[in-house]
Design a binder for this molecule. Structure first.
Ligand code: PLP
Length: 380
């Protein structure tokens, strides 16, 4: 495990000050919407010696086994709303009006699995086709899941960045690219996707309020290109509100960690070429619109080895939570810190006796064979 601390986190500046208020309203209008469960992990908390540990289980989101439907669907809504001259209400998107606006569009994106399934799903809800680009080595189960939403899958001979480039190059002539990573000249849709993820934190706040509890004290957020992490930064945008945000990546692809450590504010690509079982986090380059928010607001960056993710998957399974390799990464980092850097938690993060720690299970068993091998049990 590696740890890098940002000693002076600040409020993020890089966003439009105005965060739209139609995000949760839009998600509530989608078929199958339900707040995902917020579960207390008492057994693991006891083992780690922490008072309160909660997991938000995104493996249950929209029946897609991952949180990504929130971002892709909101981005598609915003694009269609713009096409309508601002006259598409959230409730009208998956309906006659939305379908008319989407007519003739083929949706497209690059993915390491979950985002592509989400784009295919929202395309299907609008009655539209989708073409999804995946990197070489994407496991058949993830390709099958994308195809099960009715999309065509193209396997690119390269890594995630190559798949992003290929989707962008071929994203012409009636294609609409819904990329979750921003690059020069393509920033609007990724920003909508980042905003779509805010629903998770809205729900957490409401769920904690219902339980009569306040905000979490420490949140572990796993990152690929950093879009999801940037949503946490947007939601908890004030470092003085005392929520500590910790970014978690696999050691094999820790581009945000390396960018933070370099210390000059610039985003860097990073890949060890070793590969990782955390396929959803196996991204070489931070998203242009996500990086500044993560850089400024996050308190620490952790990169973890694969065996940590396996251990965390087994711990979550013992508490009845089905979590895939990338899904378990947040808990994996907490376990690693408790074992290797308890001083960091107690002295730097001021982990008090009654601290509330939140991890997000961002995916269920998206590779069921690997899940069975690692956990020794069938998944969901
Ligand atoms: C399961 C899972 N968790 C976390 C992430 C990280 O999201 P981001 O790429 O926005 O950092 C991904 C991305 O694909 C994912 O699939």
């Amino acid at each position: 495990m590696k740890l890098f601390q940002n000693h002076s986190p600040s409020q993020i500046q890089a966003y439009p000050a105005h965060v739209p208020d139609d995000i949760l309203r839009f998600h509530k209008a989608l078929p199958g919407y339900e707040p995902t469960p917020l579960i207390s992990l008492d057994g693991i908390a006891g083992d780690l010696g922490v008072e309160r540990l909660l997991v938000k289980d995104e493996g249950m989101r929209f029946g897609l086994k991952a949180f990504k439907g929130l971002g892709a669907s909101y981005a598609v809504y915003r694009v269609l709303r713009e096409q309508s001259g601002g006259r598409l209400e959230p409730e009208e998107c998956i309906g006659e009006k939305g379908r008319e606006l989407a007519e003739g569009i083929t949706f497209s994106c690059a993915t390491d699995g979950n985002h592509g399934r989400a784009v295919a799903w929202i395309a299907g809800l609008l009655g539209r086709p989708a073409v999804i680009y995946v990197p070489r080595g994407t496991v058949p189960a993830r390709i099958d899941a994308i195809q099960s939403e009715g999309a065509r899958v193209v396997v690119v001979d390269g890594g995630y960045d190559d798949a992003v480039r290929r989707a962008a190059e071929e994203g012409k002539d009636g294609r609409m690219v819904i990329a979750d990573t921003a690059y020069a000249g393509y920033t609007e849709i990724p920003l909508y996707i980042q905003q779509g993820y805010l629903t998770i934190f809205r729900e957490v706040s409401e769920q904690l309020e219902e339980k009569g509890e306040g905000s979490p004290d420490i949140i572990f957020i796993q990152a690929g290109v950093g879009a999801f992490a940037s949503a946490a930064a947007m939601f908890f945008n004030n470092p003085s509100d005392s929520v500590h945000l910790i970014c978690v990546e696999p050691e094999a692809a820790d581009c945000l960690f390396q960018s933070a450590k370099a210390g000059d504010g610039m985003a860097r690509s990073a890949s060890s070429g070793k590969g990782t079982i955390m396929a959803g986090l196996n991204c070489e380059t931070p998203s242009l619109t996500a990086w500044p928010a993560v850089r400024d607001r996050f308190n620490a960056f952790v990169s973890i080895e694969d065996h940590r993710a396996r251990e965390a998957m087994r711990c979550l399974a013992a508490e009845g939570v089905v979590s895939g390799e990338s899904g378990a990464a947040g808990l994996a980092a907490l376990i690693a810190l408790c074992k290797e850097r308890p001083d960091f938690l107690s002295e730097e993060l001021h982990l008090r006796d009654n601290a509330r720690i939140l991890v997000i299970n961002t995916e269920a068993d998206t590779d069921p064979d690997a899940y069975r091998r690692i956990v020794g049990l069938p998944g969901g």
